[in-house]
Structures are given as C-alpha cells and as structure tokens.
Design a protein around this ligand. Structure first.
Ligand SMILES: Nc1ncnc2c1ncn2[C@@H]1O[C@H](COP(=O)(O)OP(=O)(O)OP(=O)(O)O)[C@@H](O)[C@H]1O
Length: 241
C-alpha cells in the first residue's frame, strides 16, 4: 500500500476547500489530519475516497492515478471511508450493516466475527437495529462496516464526534489494535492530544493548505496549536513544512 496526494485542489463551487495539498502515506502508517472547522479536512478525505471529485492534482494509490475512478471502484481497490455522521442503515441490524461492507468483493481476513472481536461492545448488539444503538456502538459499526471491505487504507472522519470521553477511549483502544495489526489509517481528529498520540505523522491544515506536517513524536502540541491558528512559520522549529 502506498498513497501519494499530489498538489490536490478540491472545490465546492467557487470555494477552494483544498488548495494544493501534497503528502504521502506508506503501509502501516497512521496520519492524523487536524485543523480548525472549515480547514478542509473532510473535503480532503472525501476526495481521496472519490466521494468528491478533485478539480486538479492527483491521488495515486499503489502507483495508479485514481483521478476519474468512482468511489465504489476505490473501495474495490482497497480505500474505505468512514464518513462523519456514520451513515448507517438504521432499520437494519448491526450484522446486516456489517455485511453490506462486503459488497465490494475484496477478499481478506475481515469477517463479522473478527469485527465483533475488535469491538467487543458490539457482541451483544449483533442482532439489534442500528437505529437503536448508542453513539459508540454506531461508530464501532460504521468502522466495522468499512473494515469488512478488507481495506488497505482506512479513512476515518472524526470518529469521536458526539461521543462521551469514556466511549472515545474505547473506540481509540480498538483503533490501537487495528494500528498494531498493520492497518494503514488517515484520520481526522479535533482533539490534538489524541491525534498526536494515535498517529506517527500529523498534518495541520489551515484554510485548505498544509500549515504544518511532521512526525507526531517530534512536533510539540504548541507547534501544532500555532499552525492551527495560523501563527506557525513554515519550516520553523525544525519541522518540515
Ligand atoms: N457541500 C458543501 N458545499 C459548499 N461548501 C462546502 C461544502 N462542504 C464544505 N464546504 C466548505 O468547504 C470548506 C472546507 O470544509 P470541510 O468540511 O472540508 O472542512 P473541515 O476541516 O473538515 O471542517 P469540519 O471540522 O467543520 O468538518 C469550508 O469553508 C466549508 O464551509
């Protein structure tokens, strides 16, 4: 697995939400995308997944340019998005929602049983309708559904949104399990401490651009906070811009 995003520009009508973003991710890495509301994180993730067409630039996955490749084809190639807001089928059970993730037809190790092992809170809820689940259970189901497509790259948009700190801890504990099993992840996370602790690379976006990019262990919370508010000088403090 390798992903290279090259000078990507993504628009909403006249608004340039992503303005020439470049970065790369290698197998087994976890990249955290941080930045203020409206910085362009969701739009960037959706463009990688093919849910939103880029205006220019390239998304290259395993050496192949994905421009013009629709989102369902990208799932088949191994790119899975867990969108903000979870988007489950509320009248269907947890198990049925999970099985929908299989339709991409990629073979691999993920099964309903393995998802339930990864998210033990779902075990007793297997036959419950998704509409009756708690927020944490819904999030686990949404991540599980993406895993059922046996992705090589998992894109997670604000998995902690609307969840209590305790439940977020549980979701992150499961993510740590996924990361140690070698899953490659790009995640959008508002909480800087969580973002830095779960990832090995971090990108802070500001108004559609990369304000700071670095190694999560080497950047300080202070540097990321400055980039977040536009106070960071590119390349300052030994952090690659
Ligand atoms: N569907 C849309 N139509 C028009 N403009 C949009 C749309 N979605 C997002 N935008 C605009 O694009 C810019 C980037 O938004 P985006 O949601 O990607 O940012 P974000 O960093 O993910 O923020 P948030 O944390 O609020 O989700 C913002 O100015 C936003 O208002």
């Amino acid at each position: 697995m390798s992903l290279s995003v090259e000078d990507l520009v993504v628009r909403h009508g006249l608004l340039q939400a992503v303005r020439g973003v470049s970065f790369s991710v290698e197998r087994g890495e976890t990249l955290a995308l941080v930045g203020a509301n409206g910085a362009g994180k969701t739009t960037l993730l959706r463009a990688i997944a093919g849910a939103h067409q880029a205006a220019s630039g390239r998304v290259v996955f395993d050496g192949a340019d994905l421009s013009g490749v629709p989102s369902h084809e990208r799932v088949r190639k191994g790119v899975a998005l867990v969108p903000e807001g979870r988007r489950l089928f509320v009248q269907m059970t947890v198990e049925e929602n999970l099985l929908l993730g299989r339709t991409a037809g990629r073979s691999g190790d993920w099964s309903v049983e393995r998802v339930l092992e990864t998210f033990p809170n779902l075990k007793p809820r297997r036959h419950a309708k998704a509409g009756h689940l708690s927020g944490g259970e819904q999030q686990a189901t949404a991540i599980g559904r993406a895993l059922m497509s046996n992705p090589e790259l998992l894109l997670l948009d604000e998995v902690s949104l609307g969840l209590s700190p305790l439940v977020v801890d549980r979701v992150y504990a499961s993510l740590h399990g996924l990361i140690s099993s070698g899953t490659t992840i790009i995640l959008v996370e508002q909480d800087l401490n969580r973002a830095l602790s779960v990832s090995n690379k971090v990108i802070c976006m500001l108004e559609g651009r990369v304000a700071l990019a670095g190694d999560s262990r080497n950047v300080s919370r202070d540097e990321v906070t400055k980039a977040y508010f536009g106070l960071h000088r590119k390349g300052a403090g030994g952090v690659p811009a």
